[in-house]
Design a protein around this ligand. Structure first.
Ligand code: DAH
Length: 366
């Protein structure tokens, strides 16, 4: 027994003197590890008579518990001391700027679509969308472009090999105008909507990409006339370009889905090599630039969409969103819009935290 007592005392003293976690661990293995001296003593209990065991077990168990407790306490003390040391010596400066996280930008096309939605929301227009994979009835027929219309030609358009359940040819929509038809059929009249989105044509050069963006506008009501169209376009373009001196010229034109049709030009000047919108195109140093197509909705289109053209009438317009972005923000190559070059996006993109600058509303400046 004195043996046990002495060893226990020595072990406890060694533990108390150990000053690293490793040293404590070595002592634990020495005493309580598989080959440790206490473990070996515990094993001998199994070979004893019950009487011997009864006599010796308590002291061995007590030694095991005392050593285990001392080790746990010592480990805790060493950990605490280490933490205290760190707290006393290490510093964390919370006022340092955090490392920058890479931040994406909002693409100018998305930005312009948001701006358009804001402007037209102020005028009471809702935003509608339609499918990019269209059938030829919505894309052409219902817009008064019959079977033989040249815009249906293969080289203008991407067709799919299969037809839909109604045996209609399927294609990537060539304009946002089919959303006019879909919205009239789904919601009836009256209507004030814009329909922004992607459109497709087999075109590719510096100013044409096979995919581009348009926004369609449609107003259907009982007594809409060309004056409403002109005022709406003027109000929209002044708000969009943030200039009060935007001057429009309406030129007679032809679209199958409008009658009469007008092409809308905007006056601009070249200032330091850049186009600056504003002023009459007839003023000195100015010229006209074609901006968008529009007109009074053709009665046949209203009929195709299931409404009575003697009761309902309205106007429509369609404009390239990419082109609006180029004119407002000064890019000169359309192809770069869709290259996904991060440098272009960093340069021309918008902060996701910015709001379109129209919070004061349409007409706030007048
Ligand atoms: N859909 C025509 C195009 O893609 C643009 C257009 C012209 C739309 C006149 C209209 C409109 O709604 O009235 O070229």
């Amino acid at each position: 027994m004195t043996d046990l007592n002495t060893r226990q005392k020595d072990t406890l003293a060694a533990i108390a003197a150990a000053d690293t976690a490793d040293a404590v661990e070595a002592l634990r293995v020495e005493a309580l590890g598989k080959q440790g001296w206490i473990s070996q003593l515990l094993k001998t209990l199994g070979k004893m008579t019950p009487e011997e065991r009864q006599e010796q077990a308590p002291a061995i168990q007590q030694a095991r518990a005392a050593v285990a407790d001392a080790i746990a306490d010592r480990k805790q003390a060493i950990d605490d001391a280490e933490l205290d040391r760190k707290l006393a010596t290490e510093t964390l400066d919370l006022s340092l700027p955090a490392p920058a996280t890479p931040k994406g930008t909002v693409h100018p096309v998305s930005q312009v679509m948001d701006e358009l939605a804001e402007i037209f929301a102020d005028l009471g227009f809702a935003v509608k969308t339609g499918p990019e994979v269209e059938d030829d009835w919505h894309n052409f027929t219902a817009l008064n472009m019959d079977e033989n219309h040249p815009a249906r030609a293969m080289h203008d358009t991407f067709y799919f090999p299969d037809r839909d359940a109604d045996d209609r040819a399927m294609l990537l929509r060539t304009h946002t105008s089919p959303v006019q038809i879909r919205t009239m059929m789904n919601e009836g009249a009256p209507l004030r909507i814009i329909a922004p989105g992607r459109v497709y044509r087999s075109d590719s050069d510096a100013t044409h990409t096979p995919m581009f963006h348009q926004v369609e506008g449609l107003v259907i009501d009982k007594d809409i006339h060309l004056g409403h169209l002109k005022w709406t376009l003027e109000t929209f373009l002044k708000a969009f370009f943030e200039r009060d001196d935007i001057v429009l010229r309406l030129r007679p034109s032809y679209f199958p889905f409008t009658e009469p049709s007008v092409e809308v030009d905007v006056g601009f000047a070249i200032v330091k090599g850049r186009r600056v919108l504003g002023g009459s195109g007839d003023a000195p140093g100015h010229a006209w630039m074609e901006l968008l197509g529009s007109g009074m909705v053709n009665r046949r289109v209203i009929e195709f969409a299931g409404l009575d053209p003697d009761e309902w009438q309205g106007f429509a317009f369609g404009v390239g969103v990419d082109r609006l972005a180029m004119l407002k923000y000064g890019m000169d190559d359309l192809r770069a819009f869709f290259d996904g070059d991060i440098r272009w996006l960093q340069h021309y993109g918008f902060s996701p935290y910015d709001q379109p600058t129209l919070s004061a509303g349409v007409g706030a400046s007048s």
